[in-house]
Design a protein around this ligand. Structure first.
Ligand code: PEP
Ligand code: MN
Length: 367
C-alpha cells in the first residue's frame, strides 16, 4: 500500500548543484568558537550544503553534555551569517520549535528518540501549523516503519510539505559492527511506501566510529539516497558528544571525494539493451524458482497427510538438521553464502510446517 503525502523535493528547498546533498557539522554546538570554526572549515571545502549542530541533546544517561540550549542557537545563526550555509538543528518539543523559528533556523530535524513518541511528534507538528519550514525526520530508534511513516504523516497533515527522512540505523540488543544496525530494508521499504520521499543517510550514527563512514556512505548512495548527514568537528577526539564518530572537515572532504556517484538509470542504448536481457533472465529464473517452490509445498502437503495417517509428528529434528547441513554444503559449492542458504531454508521450512499443521489439524496458524 502506497502512502500519499504532499511533498516537495529536497532539491527545491535545499538547492545544490552537487549530488549527493551533504549536511555536516558537529554532533553538538559546544562553544561559539567551535561552532563557527567548524562551519568555516566546512564551507571552505566547498562540498557542504547545510550546517548541522545539536543544541538540545537527548542523552541516554544524565550527567552527559545536554547541549548549549538557546544560547547555542545564536552561534548557529552567526555561523550561517559568516558562511552563508543554511543551518539545521534537532527539535523535540514546541518550545524548541518556537526558539528555532524566532532565531531563524532554516531546517529542523526530529531526532530518533522523538520519532518513537507520537505525543512529541504531534506537539512538534502542532507548533509548526502555518509555518513553511523544511523538516527532516530521523527513523525511530526501534525498527518500526509505521512509526517513521506516522511521524512524516503527522507533519504533513500539519501542512509541512518540505519533508525528508533521515536513515540513522536502529538500536538492537545484538551488538554488531555498527552502533545502530542499518537495516537497509527499512529504508527501502519506506521509499517503496512513499516513493516521493527523499532519504538522507546518517552514516555517523549508524557507524558509531569514523572508520566505517565511507563504507556506509557509499552503500547509501548505491541505494539511491538523496544525501548524507555526517558529523564533523574541528577537533573530533575532544568532542563533548559522539567523539568517536566525528571527523575533521578535511577528512569529510576526502570521504566525499572518495565516493562513487552512480545514476539511477542511463540513456546509453547498449546499457539499456544489456540490462533488459539480464532482467529477462532474472524473470525467467524467478518463474522457475516459484514453480519449484509451489511443487515443493505440494509435496509437503502430501507428507503431512501421510504423517497424519501414521501418527507421526511434523518435525523430525534430525531430518531438519540434515537438510540444513547438506544444503549449506551444496550452496557453498555453488558459490552461495551460507547464511543466505540457511535463512532461505528456514523460511521454506516454516512454510512447510505451516502447511503440514493445516493438513494435520485443519487449523491455520502463522508461526
Ligand atoms: C544527532 O544527530 O546528534 C542525534 C542525537 O541523532 P539521533 O537522533 O539519530 O540519535
Ligand atoms: Mn551525534
Amino acid at each position: 500500500m502506497k502512502n500519499v503525502l504532499q511533498l516537495e523535493s529536497i532539491t527545491k528547498w535545499l538547492p545544490t548543484a552537487n549530488k549527493p546533498i551533504i549536511i555536516s557539522g558537529p554532533c553538538s554546538a559546544e562553544t561559539e568558537d567551535q561552532t563557527i570554526a567548524t562551519a568555516k572549515q566546512l564551507a571552505a571545502t566547498g562540498k557542504v550544503n547545510a550546517l548541522r549542530a545539536g543544541i538540545w541533546k537527548p542523552r541516554t544517561r544524565p550527567g552527559q553534555y545536554e547541549g548549549a540550549g538557546e544560547e547555542g542557537l545564536k552561534w548557529l545563526i552567526q555561523a550561517k551569517k559568516e558562511t552563508g550555509l543554511p543551518v539545521t538543528t534537532e527539535v523535540a518539543n514546541a518550545a524548541h520549535v518556537e526558539a528555532c523559528l524566532k532565531a531563524g533556523v532554516d531546517i529542523l530535524w526530529v531526532g530518533a528518540r522523538t520519532t518513537v513518541n507520537p505525543f512529541s511528534v504531534q506537539e512538534v507538528a502542532d507548533s509548526l501549523k502555518g509555518v513553511d519550514i523544511p523538516v527532516m525526520v530521523k527513523n525511530p530508534i526501534n525498527p518500526d516503519l509505521e512509526l517513521w511513516i506516522g511521524a512524516l504523516e503527522r507533519l504533513n497533515k500539519a501542512g509541512i510539505t518540505k519533508l525528508a527522512a533521515i536513515h540513522r540505523g536502529f538500536s538492537s540488543f545484538e551488538k554488531g559492527p555498527f552502533r545502530n544496525a542499518p537495516m537497509w530494508d527499512m529504508a527501502i521499504e519506506l521509499k517503496t511506501r512513499i516513493p516521493d520521499i527523499d532519504i538522507i543517510c546518517d552514516p555517523s550514527h549508524i557507524s558509531g566510529n569514523r572508520e566505517l563512514i565511507s563504507f556506509i556512505s557509499q552503500k547509501a548512495l548505491d541505494l539511491d539516497m538523496a544525501g548524507l548527514m555526517i558529523e564533523s568537528h574541528i577537533d573530533p577526539d575532544a568532542a563533548w558528544s559522539d567523539a568517536k564518530q566525528q571527523v575533521t572537515p578535511a577528512v569529510l572532504a576526502k570521504i566525499i571525494d572518495g565516493l562513487v556517484v552512480r545514476t539511477v538509470s542511463s540513456d546509453n542504448k547498449t546499457f539499456k539493451d544489456t540490462l533488459s536481457i539480464l532482467r529477462e533472465q532474472i524473470d525467467q529464473l524467478d518463474d522457475e524458482i516459484m514453480s519449484k517452490m509451489a511443487a515443493r509445498m505440494k509435496i509437503s502437503e502430501k507428507i503431512g497427510q501421510y504423517k497424519k495417517e501414521n501418527g507421526v509428528t511434523i518435525l523430525q529434528v534430525a531430518r531438519w538438521e540434515e537438510i540444513i547441513q547438506t544444503r549449506i554444503t551444496l550452496g557453498k559449492a555453488m558459490g552461495l553464502n551460507a547464511e543466505f542458504t540457511s535463512d532461505l531454508l528456514k523460511l521454506i521450512h516454516q512454510e512447510s510446517i505451516q502447511i503440514q499443521t493445516k493438513v494435520m489439524n485443519k487449523i491455520e496458524e502463522r508461526v
